[in-house]
Design a binder for this molecule. Structure first.
Ligand code: ARG
Length: 579
């Protein structure tokens, strides 16, 4: 059965067609939950826009639609308010049966899409021999939530971890490894240290810099010893990434890695194609493409460099090759790139260049930018020494802080339990803080805020889930096995709660369309708040509550828990039954 929003939209569309003809079959009824129960449960705002189009007073349009709304099981009352808002009141019976249906469906009433697409999600994408930092945290966490939501909708999601595993910096890394004999060692040790050491030599020793450049040529030429050292570097980094992904509980697997090196042999083809298509120009010896609509600070056309004067290729060339690969080989119809907003221009130019070259037909390419993580001082988040903050250190700290809180708050938990709960809550808090803020905006990193039990935080949501399980434990009712045919929606708090529950499906859709996970966070926060209100005014286990009412309320409690669990799960966040 379609969810309530879809059913209402269908009813309104039918009324619209009956009033104004088939041309309006696809007009958006502009339906949303009403903000104030006084104005009904849902509100449709189409009459204002339509009035303008038709040159009629909006109230007249609203009336014409309302006169044709089919009043069935679902809609109890319709009225027009203000300039032409259509207010819809739903029947308690319809809401109860919708909640019942949702409870009995393991997709919580959200239908899988009829026409799934193949969607490539390019995310995380750290760099070999460089530490994963807080920017990669954002890409990993946001990208993972997007991948999960699209998968839940039924799309065929292909994760692509575009690891930075190729480029001129490998010349200095490998040269340094070989010269110091480290290349022969079983483990290469701390790669960040290696990076810093070789960079220092590269900048200070011109001879070394020259040898490092030769090393790049050797790498590209496939020299055996060079290639062996490169492989060692890459594989050690990838083992490290995998360990972080596992700790973070993200979907990324080694098989999702398709690093820059993968496209290496495809780069000459990209430049050739651009040449054939007459797009390639030469500027100061370099191969460039001028993309319409981009200019430098002097207002001159801004070129996108695809081949340096020494023949080397660039980040942009690799992304052009990746677009071709994803469209032609992976058959993607949508490709999303989750990176820092500072790469916006890069992607805008690459997309435009590929589009101009006619490389992606009907596929849609989207950059999903995110803002910078700021410290409490309002400056980009750094360690006290001004270094980038390592992702592992954040995970460690999130977990240990949550474990401490957990032990303090609930001394009844065994050490092992507290460790488990702390890990789930700590990691969840770290992810949730990132996901719940509007992604394009910068956000302030604050341990205290993300771990708070109040407010729009992971602990608040997990706590609501724990509360439901507490109710079932107290009533000695088996949560998993519980079901009920007695869902009823009578009290205002019950109705408000069920209406919130009904919005789960449309929230999933809106996250998938906008690629903004914070919409799910806001929804879950509202749901948990509606649940607390319900619980305050509608006793569940009290002895004077009639059995049928108790059962119906338990059903709502269970549905809240399942929705929280699913919603958090779509964000990559786990739950616990006690904390
Ligand atoms: N490795 C890059 C970085 O750390 C991100 C790569 C993003 N994906 C891409 N297709 N360019 O900034």
């Amino acid at each position: 059965m379609a969810d309530v929003t879809t059913q209402l939209k269908d009813v309104l569309s039918a009324a619209l067609v009956a009033a104004y003809g088939d041309a309006y079959a696809n007009a958006d009824p502009m339906l949303g939950p009403a903000n104030n129960p006084k104005f009904g449960d849902y509100q449709a705002n189409l009459a204002m826009k339509l009035g303008k189009q038709l040159g009629k007073p909006p109230r007249e349009v609203a009336q014409a639609v309302v006169d044709r709304v089919e009043m069935g099981e679902l809609i109890e009352e319709v009225e027009i308010a203000g300039p032409g808002f259509i207010n819809l009141h739903l029947s308690a019976r319809a809401l109860a049966s919708a909640a019942h249906a949702m409870l009995g469906d393991d997709r919580l009433g959200v239908p899988a899409l009829d026409e799934p697409q193949t969607v490539v999600v390019d995310y995380s994408s750290p760099n070999v021999a460089k530490e994963m930092h807080v920017g990669h945290l954002r890409s990993t966490v946001i990208g993972d939530a997007i991948a999960r939501v699209l998968t839940f909708q039924g799309h065929n999601v292909i994760r692509q971890n575009h690891v930075g595993d190729w480029g001129t910096q490998f010349g200095m890394l490998i040269e340094h490894l070989l010269e110091t004999g480290q290349a022969e060692q079983e483990s290469l040790g701390d790669l960040t240290k290696l990076y810093k050491e070789s960079k220092k030599r590269f900048d200070a020793e011109p001879d070394f810099a020259e040898r490092a450049k030769q090393r790049v040529v050797a790498l590209q030429g496939g020299d055996e010893a060079t290639l062996a050292a490169w492989k060692k570097l890459v594989s050690q980094s990838e083992t490290y990434f995998a360990s972080i992904y596992q700790r973070m509980g993200v979907l990324l697997e080694p098989g999702d890695i398709r690093g820059e090196s993968f496209y290496n042999d495809k780069l000459p083809g990209v430049v050739d194609r651009l040449k054939q298509d007459g797009k390639l120009e030469t500027s100061q010896g370099a191969g460039v493409v001028f993309v319409e609509g981009f200019s430098d600070k002097d207002g001159d056309p801004l070129p996108m460099i695809v081949q340096k004067s020494d023949g080397g290729y660039l980040y942009a060339t690799t992304d052009l090759a990746a677009i071709r690969y994803r469209v032609d080989e992976l058959k993607a119809s949508r490709i999303v790139y989750v990176t820092d907003a500072r790469q916006s221009q890069h992607f805008a130019m690459a997309f435009r260049a590929a589009e101009d070259a006619g490389w992606f037909g009907h596929a849609s390419l989207e950059h999903v930018p995110f803002g910078t993580v700021m410290g409490e001082d309002g400056k980009p988040f750094k360690t006290r020494d001004g270094d980038v903050v390592r992702l592992v250190d954040l995970i460690d700290e999130a977990e240990s802080r949550a474990i401490t809180v957990c032990k303090e708050k609930n001394p009844e938990l065994t050490g092992e339990e507290a460790d488990h709960v702390g890990r789930v809550v700590g990691l969840g808090s770290l992810k949730y803080a990132d996901l719940s803020s509007d992604r394009v905006k910068d956000y302030k990193f604050s341990w205290d805020r993300m771990l708070a039990l109040d407010g729009n935080t992971a602990p608040y949501l997990i706590n609501a889930y724990v509360r439901v399980h507490g109710i079932f434990r107290k009533g000695e009712i088996d949560f998993a096995g519980f079901t009920s045919d007695h869902v009823q929606v009578q009290e205002p708090a019950e109705k408000a709660l069920v209406l919130k529950l009904m919005q789960f499906g449309s929230t999933v859709d809106s996250v998938a369309d906008s690629l903004e996970p914070h919409r799910m966070c806001n929804y879950l926060y509202e749901l948990a708040s509606a649940f607390h209100k319900f619980f305050e005014s509608c006793p569940v286990l009290k002895s004077d509550v009639p059995l049928e009412i108790r059962e119906g309320r338990l059903a709502l409690c269970k549905l809240v828990a399942l929705t929280l669990e699913r919603g958090l799960g779509l964000l990559g966040i786990g739950v616990v039954e006690r904390m």
